[in-house]
Design a protein around this ligand. Structure first.
Ligand SMILES: *[C@@H]1O[C@H](CO)[C@@H](O)[C@H](O)[C@H]1NC(C)=O
Ligand SMILES: *[C@@H]1O[C@H](CO)[C@@H](O)[C@H](O)[C@H]1NC(C)=O
Length: 345
């Protein structure tokens, strides 16, 4: 019974304390504070004024309750809390109150929401290698120096491809490495893994430091220079494709090969009879029967090669033969008809 009684007493007391605290906070209409909410850049001055319109008849105390530089005055209608250069990270998330105390009255309190932040000294982006080789997993590094509070830091990666298409990736505190206390400023290093595909060639990456603070309208506090990516990849032949070509004997033939690759590919054509031409274009002025067969284009660079095979078949040109037959046939017909007419008449 006594345990239960004590328990109920404690609960009731707790509720009462909670209740009075709530009513004391922000409940006094005569008390005015210059800022309800304030964002201060590290090292910048800060001034807060707490005032009352008229002096109360009885004795009173007006002041600022704070972790740093608390102030309290008597017999004045305004009090100033200031720092010529605010560098105390302790102000973040701590209680900061303007108060008025009068005897036999509940204390009036006005809360000030103060935040300190530090834009980074530098934001640098780097790649583990200046040229990437297709298929490798590469790391991009973003180094942010002296930024805070670290726990509010988000590292933002922006990728812009050759079509100006933007992709944004964000990393919140905990998904990058950092040195320093989370409530204070420190250094951060974020890593982005990128597969070096041919689509990454010519892409631009940039990283930025964002401080996600309620009072900060523009969270982006620092940006790196853009970093252009170069990817080396093996050629892929775009034309011609594997296939067969029929060419009339005596005609000219031009075979042109082209490929996508970085660095720019070099080309060879292998013709029947083991003839090699170091060029992307192969020209034959008059096709003869010995030119029949496989023509292989190979495009290559440091990364590898690709090749296609074109079969060239010779076709006999029947047009002159048809023409001869037509002439002979015509002559024959005329002769027969003339002969027949001659016989009749
Ligand atoms: C931009 O990128 C997104 C995602 O990678 C893709 O779905 C979209 O088609 C791209 N748009 C253009 C215009 O390339
Ligand atoms: C951040 O980096 C700077 C320079 O590299 C160094 O002087 C400083 O001690 C580092 N700070 C922390 C918290 O590690």
């Amino acid at each position: 019974m006594t345990v239960w009684g004590l328990f109920i007493f404690v609960v009731v007391l707790g509720v009462y304390v909670e209740y009075t605290q709530n009513t004391n906070t922000d409940s006094c209409s005569t008390l005015t504070v210059s800022h309800d909410s304030l964002l201060v850049e590290y090292g910048e001055p800060v001034e807060l004024t707490c005032s009352i319109p008229t002096k109360p008849s009885s004795q009173y105390k007006l002041g600022m309750e704070s972790q740093i530089n608390p102030v309290e005055i008597e017999n004045e209608t305004s009090v100033m809390w200031r720092s010529p250069s605010l560098t105390e990270w302790e102000v973040n998330g701590r209680e900061l109150f303007c108060f008025l105390s009068e005897p036999n009255k509940e204390q009036c309190k006005k809360r000030v929401h103060l935040s300190l932040y530090k834009p980074p000294d530098s934001v640098k982006i780097s790649s583990e290698s200046s040229v990437w080789s297709e298929g490798q997993m590469m790391k991009l590094k973003c180094e942010i120096k002296n930024v805070g509070p670290l726990q509010n830091l988000t590292v933002q990666w922006t990728r812009v491809d050759q079509n100006k298409n933007r992709t944004v990736t964000e990393m919140t505190y905990g998904s990058f490495s950092s040195s320093g206390e989370e409530r204070k400023s420190g250094n951060a290093t974020a890593t982005l893994n990128v597969l070096a595909s041919r689509d990454e060639d010519g892409v631009q990456y940039q990283c930025a430091a964002l401080l996600k603070l309620e009072q900060l309208q523009q969270p982006q506090v620092g940006t790196s220079e853009p970093l252009n990516i170069t990817v080396h990849y093996k050629p892929i032949i775009t034309q011609p494709s594997d296939g067969t070509l029929s060419v009339t004997e005596g005609d000219s033939l031009t075979l042109s090969c082209s490929a996508h690759g970085n660095p720019s590919p070099q080309y060879t054509w292998n013709s029947p009879g083991n003839i090699m031409t170091v060029s992307s274009i192969l020209m034959i002025s008059s096709i003869q029967s010995e030119d029949q067969g496989q023509y292989i284009c190979t495009a290559y660079n440091d990364e590898g090669s690709d090749s296609v095979t074109v079969m060239v078949n010779l076709v006999v040109d029947y047009k002159p033969i048809i023409a001869v037959f037509a002439v002979v046939g015509g002559v024959l017909l005329v002769t027969v008809v003339s002969f027949w007419l001659y016989e009749r008449y």
